[in-house]
Design a protein around this ligand. Structure first.
Ligand code: MG
Length: 295
């Protein structure tokens, strides 16, 4: 039943990350309470999805990230030498910000929750249906931040691994939510919209940086900021250590515990492994303390 790649395959970029939706004994209790309840077995996505969809803690966290982004935006606009992409001589270019979409600006937790309640796995078919339904919501704080940036004359580019065929529905979804749409500039840079616009977003970031001074990057995955996001946990840590001064300054990371390359790094990005094998490797990647006094 776990043959499909996860949302990360399309969205996280660079990798075929499989969401772990693990087989487990179906809970027998209270199967009549709601139709969904009958289909809810133990599932590794449950807590992450519940947190993102129903907790005030998630909302507070996202809002804080974007609130800091507003303060930093003012600072970056005042300093013409500032660039989130270490551009030199970009001081005369108009300012822009680059944001990932899924789980950065728009919230797909209803789709992820549906995977839990139906005990099913991601598929490109159901994901496409979800995007065409135009039901994504605003990530808390994102709308406020982007309206603020728009009012300051900052161009807003959305660099997403949603595909070119999903552009119109994505735009309609976001327009209805009130997001700045870019005017006469195509600010939705979709995966595969151009031959070299692959899941690695570097070419698209560079495309924007040719004509704009990029003053902030926002994402929920390390690869929204750098091509060095792939690799082992240790390799990612080493890359992070080199770049960490950007975070909280001109790079801003949203929390996404439901999927991402953080997960596949735990099983060596070996997407051919079974879900059980992946799960074993993820458990092995933990650094536990265990009591000596017994349970
Ligand atoms: Mg994302």
């Amino acid at each position: 039943m776990f043959k499909h790649a996860s949302l990360s395959e399309c969205l996280a970029g660079g990798g075929l990350v499989l969401a772990v939706v693990l087989a487990a004994p179906v809970l027998a209790e209270d199967a009549t309470a709601k139709p969904e309840a009958a289909m809810t077995g133990a599932n590794d996505l449950l807590n992450a999805t519940l947190w993102m969809q129903r907790s005030v803690e998630y909302k507070a966290n996202s809002m804080a990230v974007f609130a800091l982004g507003k303060i930093r935006l003012d600072e970056e606009l005042a300093d013409k030498t500032a660039s989130a992409m270490d551009q030199s001589d970009a001081g005369d270019l108009p300012p822009a910000v680059i944001l990932d979409l899924d789980e950065t600006v728009i919230d797909n937790s209803a789709y992820e929750s549906g995977l839990v309640t139906t005990n099913s796995d991601y598929s490109s078919k159901t994901w496409d249906e979800w995007t065409k339904a135009e039901k994504a919501k605003a990530v808390p704080g994102s709308l406020d931040y982007l309206k603020y940036a728009d009012e300051k004359g900052v161009k807003i580019f959305y660099v997403t691994n949603r595909k070119a065929g999903q552009e119109e529905a994505t735009k309609a979804n976001m327009k209805a939510l009130g997001y700045p749409m870019g005017g006469n500039v195509d600010t939705f840079l979709m995966r595969d919209e151009k031959p070299d616009w692959t899941s690695d977003k570097k070419t698209r970031r560079d495309f924007v940086a040719k004509d704009y001074r990029v003053v902030a990057l926002f994402g929920d995955n390390f690869n929204d900021f750098t091509s060095e996001a792939e690799g082992s946990i240790d390799e990612r840590e080493a890359a992070f250590d080199k770049m960490k001064d950007h975070f909280g300054k001109d790079w801003f990371m949203l929390a996404n515990p439901t999927y991402g390359s953080w997960e596949s790094s735990a099983y060596g990005d070996d997407f051919k492994l079974s879900n059980d094998e992946k799960r074993k490797m993820k458990v092995k990647a933990l650094q536990p303390w265990t009591p000596t006094s017994g349970q």
